[in-house]
Design a protein around this ligand. Structure first.
Ligand code: B12
Ligand code: SAM
Ligand code: SF4
Length: 372
């Protein structure tokens, strides 16, 4: 069958360390393995004449979070008018199938490859989604790699599409070696929800990355994390972590089922400072029992000197938090703007290795000047 995957444009900079639509790329490679002829419209890189592109296709597939809902409805309606079968997978399909089912012919809930063994999944279809173009536009060549799916924790504000499973590390390392050979990459972003669920697995990853001449980054929880782990990360060229902090208040951490102790947050962040590994993290505010004063007080109590930024909890499909707020819409808008300004001023999302192309070119030019 001729199947077209429509990947709408994310509202993130192309240089974001998480810019690859990995889930859809996995769908693509599985479909190819099943013998389908797959075509991808990746709006993150290019624009298309939609009708022209899909008119000879048997099936058109969509994916995404809330921000894509409008574009999905628009394009699915066009497809229906043309008599093309439409399919939706991902978060919207999984959590609000009854709503989205009105606009598409078929809904696929959860992981596409759910029934097979995680180690048998084909690698994500980077080629089909234009990886060479990403590499041209990025300031450095990196690939996103998943060593696991899902997360065994259940923080109240977060949702997972699938149950937690890990890949065998041999497979993960093989994938990285393959990318290194094929694309001469400079960096790896581990796109797992949490890379440090197990200390021994985290140590094995660090030990393997050591000496590979690849920078890397990942998302981690504050527990388990200790000096042995941060040292191994540093020695293996780790240069960035996204750290789950959410609050320094133990009562609030417990209410959101975070499963960590407030003191381990400080320990973790201090270790990152000691070993000079960049990071960013958020304090989540705007839960249903929080007044404007509670929020401003919590923000004023964020310990100084850490890269911890305030953020409004987002009521994603599949989560309940943030749907009912105690603060008024005006207060919410005001906080959102203030947080935006704060983040812009401090460059929260500036993954150190992924500076904008211009900045990197400038830096190279400056480096040359200094040397000559
Ligand atoms: C890459 C990434 C992004 C990228 C791309 C998004 C994407 N989906 O690929 C970008 C940069 C856009 C992004 C942005 C954000 N993200 Co993000 N992101 C990720 C990340 C690291 C990897 C995604 C991934 O590859 N998942 C694994 C794949 C295998 O799963 P999947 O995408 O669900 O795909 C499978 C199924 O859903 C299904 N499927 C998917 N599409 C389709 C389509 C069809 C047709 C079919 C049949 C099946 C199907 O099959 C796939 C393979 O099995 C995840 C963490 C994680 N490991 O999941 C966070 C994650 C999804 N992001 C998260 C967050 C919080 C954000 C941001 C709010 C960050 C921020 N502060 O701005 C924004 C907001 C996004 C939004 N508007 O809602 C949260 C979501 C939390 C939640 N929903 O409660 C996650 C889970 C991280 C976390 N634990 O906090 N993100
Ligand atoms: C991958 S997690 C961080 C690492 C690790 N999994 C952890 O939770 O400690 C990414 C971060 O995204 C943020 N996040 C997740 N769901 C969110 C939501 N609904 N609203 C706002 N931020 C959210 C949280 O701050 C969370 O720590
Ligand atoms: S916030 Fe992090 S630890 Fe909590 S459930 Fe989500 S991914 Fe897991």
């Amino acid at each position: 069958m001729k199947i077209c995957l429509v990947c709408h444009k994310y509202d993130v900079a192309l240089d974001d360390p998480c810019c690859y639509p990995l889930g859809f790329m996995y769908v693509s490679s599985t479909l190819k393995l099943q013998g389908h002829e797959v075509k991808v419209l990746n709006y993150n890189l290019w624009d298309y004449d939609f009708i022209e592109e899909v008119k000879d296709q048997d099936v058109v597939c969509f994916t995404g979070f809330e921000e894509f809902a409008k574009s999905i409805v628009r394009d699915a309606t066009l497809c229906k008018e043309m008599g093309i079968w439409t399919v939706l997978g991902g978060a919207l399909a999984t959590y609000i199938p009854e709503v989205m089912g009105k606009y598409v012919d078929q809904i696929i809930v959860g992981e596409f490859e759910e029934t097979s063994n995680i180690d048998d999944f084909p690698l994500p279809d980077y080629e089909g989604f234009g990886v060479e173009e990403y590499h041209k536009r990025h300031s450095l060549k990196y690939m996103g790699v998943l060593t696991s799916r899902g997360c065994p924790h259940s923080c109240t504000f977060c949702t997972q599409i699938c149950k937690f499973r890990v890949r065998s590390l041999g497979k993960v390392f093989g994938e990285i070696e393959y990318y290194k050979r094929k694309y001469e990459i400079e960096s790896i972003v581990f796109n797992d929800n949490t890379l440090n669920l197990s200390k021994s697995r985290f140590m094995k990853i660090c030990n393997w990355m050591k000496g590979k001449d690849l920078e890397w980054g990942a998302s981690i929880r504050c527990e388990p994390f200790d000096e042995e782990m941060v040292k191994a990360a540093k020695e293996s060229n780790c240069n960035y972590f996204v750290v789950g902090v959410e609050s320094f208040n133990q009562v609030k951490l417990d209410a959101m089922s975070k499963g960590i102790k407030a003191e381990s947050i400080i320990n973790t962040l201090d270790l990152l400072h000691k070993y000079d590994i960049s990071y960013h993290s958020s304090i989540l505010v705007g839960f249903e029992n929080e007044s404007y004063e509670d929020i401003t007080t919590e923000i004023s109590l964020i310990p100084r000197g850490y890269n911890v930024f305030p953020a409004l909890v987002q009521p994603f499909v599949g989560t309940k938090d943030g749907k009912t707020r105690l603060i008024t819409e005006e207060q919410e808008e005001f906080l959102d703007l203030e947080f935006g300004k704060y983040i812009e001023a401090h460059g929260m999302y500036q993954f150190p290795a992924l500076k904008s192309c211009n900045e990197r070119k400038e830096q190279r030019a400056n480096d040359r000047c200094t040397l000559s």
